[in-house]
Design a protein around this ligand. Structure first.
Ligand code: ADP
Ligand code: ASP
Ligand code: MG
Length: 313
């Protein structure tokens, strides 16, 4: 069983979500961890900040904008109106919950880290809701799983730390029984809950960590991090288009590259997987046949340029 994680750009638009669907269809069963649709987390955090400043109208406007974006996404994914009805009403219900929550925060005029996490969680809750209903409508055996039922953290809101033994215990109890018959389990990155069940988040960019933790908890065969570039390159390929992805690197090399500015993946986030010898691949959602980068505890081959070599040049 593999864990596949798709970042914000991979679920930002209807064509991107269709692409994700074609990838997961080929897996024959997997756990799929999604980020919020690209840009949504930033808007949520801005919205809740406005609410905390007492600017209820401004916060509501942002919720309306986020709602509209997801409704448009649903209409684009499922042009058939009778199929749309269920998905649109579920998106509206979730956005209404967010609207009411923001109004409450605006009334209090105070935005606590705990409120920030509740607001921030709606991005992943919305992306997974839309994507899972879309997959089900396409006849895929997709199950939406609320990760907060297993991703047990402390109460350090906005950068909560995981309680791994509890994650392990809860995933054995609640997640493992679902991993049957080619089911695709669709769940949220970034979010968790503390022992009282209150929503927490793992910190910005936390979905990679979520994927590694889930992979470690279920002893996954591989963790596949799908993003918008074909692996980790010697430099950011968006800035230096000739930079080529490095086919295989050790965790230490990944860490070093990140230290020197490779912002694709924070290596510490995949440590839970590397420590258990679970290979992590960084792949491109939009070019899924590209080799990508394989990160292993210790590299067996020396491909490409290691970070140390880069430094010597
Ligand atoms: P996601 O939303 O999928 O988590 P991120 O935006 O966090 O994606 O990371 C992917 C981005 O990382 C790429 O679009 C790329 O511009 C950037 N990046 C920075 N440095 C590197 C590098 N050395 N190799 C590959 N990508 C890099
Ligand atoms: N959606 C969260 C963020 O934007 C987590 C993630 O994308 O990894 O930080
Ligand atoms: Mg990222």
């Amino acid at each position: 069983m593999n864990v596949l994680k798709f970042g914000g750009t991979s679920v930002a638009t209807a064509p991107a979500m269709r692409q994700v669907r074609t990838i997961i269809e080929k897996t024959g069963g997997a756990i799929v961890v999604l980020s919020a649709c690209g840009g949504v987390t930033n808007r949520l955090l801005y919205g809740i900040q406005l609410a905390g400043d007492g600017q209820s109208a401004g916060a509501t406007e942002i919720v309306n904008e986020i709602e509209q974006r997801h409704l448009d996404l649903c209409r684009d994914l499922l042009p058939d109106e009778s199929l749309q009805r269920n998905i649109l009403s579920k998106v509206k219900t979730l956005c209404e919950e967010l609207r009411v929550f923001c109004e409450g925060v605006a009334l209090l005029g105070e935005c606590t880290p705990r409120s920030i996490d509740i607001a921030g969680s709606f991005g992943e809750r919305l992306s997974t809701l839309v994507f899972s209903l879309y997959c089900q409508a396409e006849g895929i055996n997709a199950v939406l799983f609320d990760v907060r039922g297993i991703m047990r953290t402390d109460s350090n809101f906005t950068s909560a730390k995981i309680n791994f033994p509890e994650l392990q215990r809860l995933s054995d109890e609640k997640l493992t029984p679902l991993l049957t018959d080619g089911a695709i389990i669709i769940t949220q990155g970034f979010i968790g809950s503390d022992k009282r069940g209150i929503t927490t988040t793992l910190g910005r960019g936390g979905s990679d960590l979520s994927a590694a933790l889930i992979g470690a908890a279920i002893a996954a065969d591989e963790i596949l991090i799908y993003t918008d570039v074909s692996g980790i390159a010697s430099a950011d390929p968006r800035i230096i288009p000739t930079a080529r992805p490095i086919p295989e690197m050790s965790f230490a090399e990944a860490r070093e590259l990140s230290f020197y500015g490779a912002k694709v993946l924070h290596p510490e986030t995949i440590l839970p997987a590397v420590e258990r010898d679970i290979p992590v691949r960084v792949l491109n959602t939009f070019a899924p046949d590209d080799t990508g980068t394989l990160i292993v505890a210790k590299a067996t081959r020396e491909h490409g340029i290691s970070a140390q070599e880069r430094r010597r040049r």
